[in-house]
Design a protein around this ligand. Sequence first.
Ligand code: CTP
Length: 367
Amino acid sequence: MQKLNLKDKNLYYIGGIVRDELLGLPEKQADIDVTYVGSAIEFCKNLGIGEIVQINDAFGTVRMKINDEYVDFASTRKEIYDKKGHLPTVTEIGCSLKEDVLRRDFTVNALAKSLYDDEIVDYTGGIQDLKDKKLRILHDGSFIDDPTRIIRGLKFSVRFGFELEEKTKILQEKYLENVNRDMCYKRLKQELEDAFNLNRQEVLDKFVEQKIYKLISDKNYANTEINTENLIKKYEVETPWLVYLGNFDLENFDLTSREQKIISDYKMLTEYSGEDMFELYKKFRQVSKESVLLYAIYVDYDFAVNYLEKLSEIKLEITGDDLITLGYKPNENFSKCFDFILREKFKNHKLTKDDELKIAKNFFNKL
Ligand code: CTP
């Protein structure tokens, strides 16, 4: 574990960093999470090393930069979810470590490790659950308080090969039968991104099998045999999660303009009902790979893959300068001519520059 050279009886590593060390996983480059029994803000202000980057008074958290590493200090705190599905309200800062861990998601994430003497503090049976590979929530209302924990459970189960503990599974099923849609979609989106950006088919399989999609829509999931994980491995994309979820109803999410374009382009492709495949090909040329992959998964695998493998490579050799050299004056016929040549090239990719020049001459002769 990345060691912070801070000895204080009130300081504990908390959450993922402790879990991952006990699992024997390699250290992540991620930020270090530390909890302080008391006020982390006061503690950090008096620390005398590093620099404070950000303070959040409401949550009693401080982000510090110490020896070129970011460390997130959190005060021990109690919370209540007065509005279920939304950010909780802090009711006490500086509570006991035990009270702090009890507000967390799963027992395996509720482990603490003392910076003072390296002792592991396990109030909820997290060590046993790590051994048994189980994800167990800490109280019956956990998913009602924070439904994003269902996606977190999905993510952790695939990352670590864990299963939901029996009662947790039942409580998840019960919640999914009656989802409260008034929730913080920003947090839900972040968790969905994290889970699906793992690019593991298993995430989608579980999402569907366990009906987790009900968190975002009642609409039944359109089944597909296509393996999305393999497609994304082959045709790398910037936004893998959207290739998995682009066919779902995402209207409650605050999508970025790029994400919105991926979805609207995919819809635009699906709405094309003409017979002329060249026209469809031209539409493909304007969209990102994510939209093409969605089309491959849900509409026409062969055409989309043929596009990615071959058709996307088609490029015209001639330019406007070549047409001018042939003696033609630049006007709107130039773009018509390029379109005409592209159509020929769509039928026969092997056309050379000379072939293209001949086709251009024919085109202008026929005008
Ligand atoms: N946590 C929680 N409920 C949430 C989000 C987070 O209880 N909805 C708690 C968990 O104790 C978690 C810690 O906050 O361990 C830190 O959260 P996060 O950084 O999202 O996850 P990690 O567990 O650190 O896992 P990783 O970063 O490896 O995904």
